[in-house]
Design a protein around this ligand. Structure first.
Ligand code: PHE
Length: 362
C-alpha cells in the first residue's frame, strides 16, 4: 500500500535534484501550500488505518530530505560555469613601492632639511666649467684623471664670442656660450652654480643627483648617485663640518655610529678629508668576539670626501674668500645606503639589474 507513495516521493526528490543542478530552485513548487509535497501528504487519506503510522513516518522523512537539500543548496549555491558571480570579492591590485635608492634619497633629504639645508637640482649634463674648471681644475690638470669622464659631443662654439684663455671668468660658458659638455662625474658641479644662484651667503645646500663615470664592478656602476652638501657663511669652521657629519651618521645609521675625518687631497677644498663612519657591527673596534670584524675589517667604513671650500672656488662663484668660509662634502648614495645595518648587499649593480625579486625586498 505504501509503494505508490514511496515511488512518488522518489520522483519528487529526483525532480528537486535536477532543478538544483540546473540552478533554478523554486521552493514553493516543492514545499509551498500547493506544492508537490503537500499533494503527496494528502495521499495519507487513502492509506488503511493500520499502515497510517508507517506512512506518516515516510512522509515526514520526505519532508526532511526536501528541506535539507534546499538548505544545503542555499548555503553553497552551485554556479553554472558560464555565468559570472558578482558577489565574489575582487583581486587586490598589486601595490609597488619606491626603488630602494629613491627611498634612500628621500631619507637623506629629510635628514638634511631638518637642519636647514635646501635641496636643489642642477643639470646632469653640465659644462666642463662647473664640473672641473670652476673647482680649481684648469684644462689638462692631472687631478681631473681621478674622474673618468664621459664627454658629450657637440659643435665647438669656442671662440665665437670673446674668449680669454688667461681669465677664468672669460672662459665661463654662460658668458661665452662655449666649452665642453660632460656628464656630471660628481655632484660638486652644484657648488659654483648654487653660489651664482644665491649671489650672497648664507648658503646651505643639499644636492642629490645622478653621476656618471667610466667604471663598472661590484662597487661601481656607470651611473650612480651622489649627495653634495655645501655650507657657506661667516666663520664656518671644520667644527661645523664635523658636527654635520656626526649628525648625519647618527640619524642615518643609528645613535651609536660616529664619523671620523682623515687628511686627503682635493683641488676644490683646503684642507681636504676623507670621511669614515664607524662600523655598526663592531662599534668601530674592528673586532667581534676577539676576531676581525667581517664587515669592515678595520672598524671604519670610508664613504666619501669633504673639506673647507677652496678660496679659488669661492672666487669662481663670486664670493669674497676674505669675508666668507665654507665646507663641502660629497658621497655616493648607493655606498652610503648599503652600509645600513641589516642590509647585506655586496654588489651594487643589483640595484640597476631590474630584478623585481631583488627590489621587492626593500
Ligand atoms: N666630489 C668629490 C668626489 O666625487 C667629493 C667631495 C665633495 C670632496 C665635496 C670634497 C668636497 O669624490
Amino acid at each position: 500500500m505504501l509503494d505508490p507513495i514511496q515511488s512518488e516521493a522518489n520522483q519528487i526528490i529526483k525532480q528537486l535534484e535536477t532543478d538544483l543542478e540546473k540552478g533554478n530552485l523554486d521552493q514553493t513548487k516543492y514545499l509551498g501550500k500547493r506544492g508537490l509535497f503537500r499533494k503527496l501528504a494528502q495521499k495519507i487519506k487513502d492509506v488503511p488505518p493500520e499502515k497510517r503510522q508507517q506512512a506518516g513516518k515516510l512522509i515526514n522523512q520526505v519532508k526532511k530530505t526536501l528541506e535539507t537539500k534546499v538548505r544545503q543548496h542555499l548555503k553553497t549555491p552551485s554556479i553554472p560555469t558560464n555565468s559570472i558571480d558578482l558577489t565574489t570579492p575582487g583581486e587586490k591590485p598589486k601595490v609597488g613601492h619606491l626603488h630602494p635608492i629613491s627611498q634612500a634619497i628621500e631619507e637623506i633629504s629629510r635628514i638634511f632639511e631638518r637642519i636647514g639645508f635646501i635641496r636643489v637640482r642642477y643639470p646632469e649634463v653640465d659644462w666642463d666649467w662647473y664640473v672641473f674648471e670652476s673647482l680649481n681644475m684648469p684644462p689638462n690638470h692631472p687631478a681631473r684623471d681621478e674622474w673618468e669622464t664621459f664627454f658629450v659631443d657637440r659643435p665647438d662654439t669656442t671662440g665665437e664670442i670673446e674668449y680669454d684663455e688667461r681669465d677664468p671668468r672669460k672662459r665661463h660658458p654662460s658668458l661665452i656660450g662655449g666649452g665642453k659638455l660632460v656628464l656630471t662625474t660628481h655632484t660638486s658641479n652644484s657648488q659654483v652654480r648654487e653660489m651664482e644662484r644665491l649671489k650672497k651667503p648664507p648658503i646651505r645646500m643639499i644636492n642629490i643627483a645622478r653621476c656618471y663615470r667610466r667604471q663598472q664592478d661590484a662597487t661601481h656602476t656607470q651611473m650612480f648617485h651622489q649627495f653634495e652638501g655645501l655650507v657657506i657663511d661667516k666663520n664656518i669652521t671644520i667644527q661645523d663640518l664635523k658636527g654635520t657629519l656626526n649628525y648625519f651618521a647618527k640619524k642615518f645609521y643609528g645613535p651609536e655610529v660616529k664619523s671620523r675625518i682623515r687628511p686627503f687631497h682635493f683641488r676644490f677644498t683646503e684642507p681636504s678629508f676623507e670621511v669614515d663612519f664607524s662600523c655598526h657591527i663592531c662599534g668601530g673596534t674592528g673586532k667581534v668576539n676577539g676576531k676581525k670584524c667581517k664587515l669592515c675589517k678595520s672598524g671604519w667604513h670610508e664613504v666619501g670626501g669633504a673639506g673647507m671650500v677652496h678660496p679659488n672656488v669661492l672666487k669662481a662663484g663670486g664670493i669674497d674668500p676674505d669675508k666668507y668660509t665654507g665646507f663641502a662634502f660629497g658621497w655616493g648614495v648607493e655606498r652610503t645606503y648599503t652600509l645600513k645595518p641589516g642590509l647585506n648587499i655586496d654588489d651594487i649593480r643589483q640595484f640597476y639589474g631590474n630584478k623585481v625579486e631583488f627590489l621587492k625586498q626593500f
